[in-house]
Every structure is written in structure tokens, then in C-alpha cells.
Design a protein around this ligand. Structure first.
Ligand code: KIV
Ligand code: NA
Length: 277
């Protein structure tokens, strides 16, 4: 159907059907993912790493995120578009968080935002939802915490940490999140969180029992090889395919085999004689 997925439909999917989510960062990737039938397209702040070449997600700005969100929105008819709020755009204060979240809908034309965090972000989530801005939560590994964590590591491997995570997930759902991303936690912990939450869980490195899955576009298609976490599956090798295609293009240019006659434009003989004699 051409009709766009809605927040109530995402909520209603819980227990009924699995949600297919992936990231997109521009018009071309959004169109491909949308036509492939994704339920949700997340304009992830992973943009910083896979598109802009940074080592982590901390340096991407609101203006950069909005620039890409606008392009994704233009390429999407079916999927719900979620804008990922960048580091320091929602942590400082509730009013600043609401204002920045609103920009994703107002300027970016997304239908929702995502923020990383547990109980400490409940006031922001409540205020955004009150303002009419749907919010997706994100607990477990939170890449915006990389400086504190000292790296991208699996979270909640002890009973105490798992209990803390479950409580964080409960609180952000209670604060009004319509779905919660669970990143890089043991599958059995994610299974319990999924069972306990009233809203869909969207896993990335959180096992098969989540209500949906999300992966990064470049990871799905084999376009990013700087590092590959255990949870990534390449469904194609487009990096290799692209390099090979581009090498053939360069070779054909150098050998004079491209462009061929079928790629050329013609001019009338008479016109050409009057031009060149
Ligand atoms: O930025 C991102 O791509 C994400 C998803 C992987 C959940 O936050
Ligand atoms: Na993110």
C-alpha cells in the first residue's frame, strides 16, 4: 500500500508481526529501503560513522542530521521516518530537547524522533510526547556514551546490570515511547525485556526474540568494512560489487570503449557541414 505506516500501527504490531527497520541517510538509500518494504526508516546518527567517516557518533550536529532527514523524507512514501537526535541535542534541558525534537518533524519532515537513554531521559520523553512528538527509546549499548564506556561493548551481562536495563526500558516506555531499541545486550535479557514491555522492542545485537530488528544500511549491503560487530549480517556485498563496477568503468574510459555509439547524441549532416565544413 502507498499509505504511510503510523505510530499506532507500530504499537499494534506488538505480538502480531515482526517489524523490519533499517537506517537510511539520503534520498537514494531511502527510496531503495522504502520500496523494499521497511516499516520504519531511522535516520541514525550512525551517519557520523558510515557516511561522514568519523570514529564515533559524537560530532554529528543537529543541522547535519536535519539535512539528511529532509532527504530521507523526500525518498519515503511508506515507511515511518524517525530522526535520531544527536549527542547534546536533548540532554541539556527539557525545553531544548523539545525544541530540537520538533525541528525533526517541522523541518526534517520525520514522523518521530529517537533518543538514547534510560530513566534520566523520562522528563524529555514526556515533554516531547505532550508536544505531539512520537519518541523511540534506545537502551543497552548507547553509542553516545562511548567516552564513558571506553568503547562499543556488550551491555547488561550481569544480573544487576540486566535489572537496571529492564527498569530503564520500563521507565522510557511508561514515559511514552512507542518503541524501544535494545542494542548489544544478551539475547535472553532482550527476551525478558520484550516480554515485560507494552511497546515493541527493536533489536540490534539483541537476539531473535525482539519485536523487530534494525540494522545499518551500509552493514546490510556490505558497504562498510571498517569494523563489523558480531550482530551484523551482510545480505549483499555491494562494496565489492561497486569497486568492481567502478574499475570496469575506469578501464573502459581508458581503453576508449566507453562511451559507445549508443550513448552519443547526433546532429543533422547539413547542420554539421555548415558548422565544420
Ligand atoms: O544510529 C543508528 O544507526 C542507531 C541504530 C543502529 C539503532 O541508533
Ligand atoms: Na543512533
Amino acid at each position: 500500500s502507498g499509505k504511510r505506516v503510523t505510530v499506532p500501527e507500530i504499537l499494534a504490531a506488538k505480538g502480531n508481526r515482526k517489524l523490519a527497520v533499517m537506517t537510511a541517510y539520503d534520498y537514494a538509500s531511502a527510496r531503495i529501503a522504502d520500496e523494499a518494504g521497511m516499516d520504519v526508516l531511522l535516520v541514525g546518527d550512525s551517519l557520523a560513522m558510515v557516511v561522514l567517516g568519523h570514529d564515533d557518533t559524537l560530532s554529528v550536529t543537529m543541522d547535519e542530521m536535519l539535512h539528511h532527514t529532509k532527504a530521507v523524507a523526500r525518498g519515503t512514501n511508506h515507511a515511518l521516518v524517525v530522526g535520531d537526535m544527536p549527542f547534546l541535542s536533548y540532554q541539556v534541558s527539557v525545553p531544548e530537547a523539545v525544541r530540537n525534537a520538533g525541528r525533526f518533524l517541522k523541518e526534517g519532515r520525520a514522523q518521530a524522533v529517537k533518543i538514547e537513554g534510560g530513566r534520566e531521559t523520562a522528563p524529555q520523553i514526556r515533554a516531547m510526547v505532550d508536544a505531539g512528538i512520537p519518541v523511540m527509546g534506545h537502551v543497552g549499548l548507547r553509542p553516545q556514551q562511548v567516552a564513558r564506556l571506553g568503547g562499543f561493548k556488550v551491555q547488561s551481562k550481569t544480573a544487576a546490570e540486566a535489572a537496571h536495563l529492564l527498569e530503564d526500558a520500563r521507565i522510557v516506555a511508561e514515559a511514552g515511547c512507542f518503541a524501544v531499541v535494545l542494542e548489544a545486550i544478551p539475547a535472553r535479557v532482550a527476551q525478558v525485556v520484550t516480554r515485560e514491555l507494552p511497546v515493541p522492542t527493536i533489536g540490534i545485537g539483541a537476539g531473535r526474540d525482539c519485536d523487530g530488528q534494525v540494522l545499518v544500511y551500509h552493514d546490510v549491503l556490505g558497504l562498510f568494512d571498517r569494523f563489523t560487530p558480531r550482530f551484523v549480517k551482510n545480505f549483499a556485498q555491494l562494496g565489492t560489487a561497486s569497486r568492481e563496477a567502478l574499475a570496469r568503468y575506469a578501464a573502459e574510459v581508458r581503453e576508449g570503449r566507453f562511451p559507445g555509439p549508443e550513448h552519443e547524441f547526433s546532429i543533422d549532416d547539413d547542420e554539421f557541414k555548415r558548422f565544420a565544413g
